[in-house]
Design a protein around this ligand. Structure first.
Ligand SMILES: NC(=O)c1ccc[n+]([C@@H]2O[C@H](COP(=O)([O-])OP(=O)(O)OC[C@H]3O[C@@H](n4cnc5c(N)ncnc54)[C@H](O)[C@@H]3O)[C@@H](O)[C@H]2O)c1
Length: 382
């Protein structure tokens, strides 16, 4: 819908879903000079009102408040629709936004089912051909540490990438799961520690190691009640390249530790711990390990309000907004494509199906629909 910013008007955003992550998007948008929230949409009017109050209190123009995306698109100036609703409610809204000719940014995960995600991938491919930008949030791809590792792999700096170890050792309280009816359900959360909290790390694993072919996994619910999904998962992953990886994701590691990702190759290795480069050694690097040598990927001029000290979480989203906005303005694809998110979702579903069926499962089985009728379960859950 919108190309070059000839008139200096920021892109108008309709933010759909004004909950926890919606607030974070509002913080990120406030820091980007070329994007402004014009509409807030939430099924609960109070949620939209509370966010509109806080945007206004921060000195920005008060966005309109709407109960549905259709109303927002009819009444407000909207170039980009940002979808921050529960995970099982992403696709329908994305379809509606694309059908209305708007650019779309969808929160992770793309969806909770592969058939629906394949549907949106096909629609997004057509939309891209028609000049729309459709992207999915994976803000850790924009962490300086992730960028450095991806570039090292692409330039053969690690030699042949041989293996990876990924661990998401977090804690989520029972109150967290009780805080929303959709949390911890297969229908709307789509899974637990892997689908909700771990999907970022799965996406990084795939970005670094390529397409997975086979996963063997176990999942369990061990430290929470009143949820259907896992709070512990372990898996081994075999990649098309031949590389092997171990994945561990949990929300039952009190008091909540780090996210750690080790990538190893025949000539170099890296360790990313909580988004920071803890170890980095590439081919020809005689100086031993270096730490945090990554350059920031957001140029200072892209930030609005240099005095402010936004939290790290909003900075991650801001970096992705910088890419999405540039993609819209320049008429190019965004860094994170819908197909990337589809692959990450398929890998997570592959893990759940492996645990449910008690055997290794191939990604092809997940993508070709032959396991669509299997109801996934987790050991220890109701
Ligand atoms: N990128 C990240 O790091 C990150 C972090 C947290 C959550 N998320 C994702 O963001 C999404 C939302 O998570 P959350 O924690 O903000 O949830 P939340 O429950 O705090 O907020 C969701 C909001 O959406 C509203 N809503 C529900 N259905 C709607 C509809 N059809 N139309 C309009 N509004 C609707 C709800 O009323 C609620 O205000 C999830 O998909 C989650 O996986 C991403």
């Amino acid at each position: 819908m919108t190309g070059n910013n000839e008139h200096g008007t920021p892109l108008g955003v309709a933010l759909v879903g004004c909950g926890i992550i919606g607030l974070n998007h509002a913080k990120a948008i406030a820091l980007h000079p070329d994007v402004a929230i014009t509409a807030l949409v939430d099924a609960i009017p109070q949620a939209a009102k509370a966010l509109a109050d806080s945007i206004e209190a921060d000195g920005a123009a008060r966005p309109g408040e709407f109960a549905s995306l259709a109303e927002a698109l009819a009444a407000a100036s909207v170039d980009l629709v940002v979808i921050c609703t529960p995970s099982g409610q992403h696709i329908q809204l994305a379809q509606e936004a694309i059908a209305a000719g708007r650019h779309v940014l969808i929160e992770k995960p793309l969806d909770v089912t592969v058939p629906r995600a394949k549907q949106i991938a096909a629609i997004a491919a057509q939309a891209e051909a028609d000049g729309l930008v459709v992207s999915v949030v994976s803000q850790h791809r924009f962490d300086p540490a992730s960028v450095v590792v991806a570039e090292a792999i692409a330039s053969d700096g690690f030699g042949r990438v041989t293996s990876a170890v990924a661990s998401v050792a977090w804690w989520r309280s029972q109150e967290y799961y009780d805080s929303g009816k959709w949390r911890g359900t297969w229908a709307l959360d789509g899974g637990g520690a892997v689908m909700n909290q771990g999907v970022h790390t799965v996406d990084l694993l795939l970005w670094f190691l390529g397409r997975p072919v086979e996963i063997q996994a176990h999942t369990a619910l061990l430290a929470h009640g009143r949820v259907e999904v896992e709070d512990v998962a372990v898996a081994t992953v075999r990649f098309e390249s031949g590389a092997l990886a171990v994945l561990h994701a949990t929300t039952a590691a009190f008091p909540g530790l780090s996210v750690r990702l080790q990538v190893h190759g025949s000539r170099g290795s890296a360790i990313i711990e909580d988004d920071q480069l803890e170890f980095f050694h590439t081919a020809g690097d005689d100086d031993g390990p270096a730490s945090n040598q990554a350059a920031d990927v957001v140029a200072p001029g892209e930030l609005r309000g240099g005095e402010r000290d936004p939290d790290r979480f909003a900075i991650g989203h801001l970096r992705q907004y910088a890419d999405v906005v540039a993609a819209i303005r320049e008429g190019r694809p965004p860094l994170v494509r819908v197909d990337d998110a589809l692959l990450a979702l398929a890998a997570v579903r592959c893990l759940y199906l492996s645990s449910t069926l008690g055997r290794s499962v191939t990604l092809d089985e997940v993508l070709d629909g032959s396991l669509d009728q299997v109801t996934v379960t987790t050991s220890g859950a109701a």
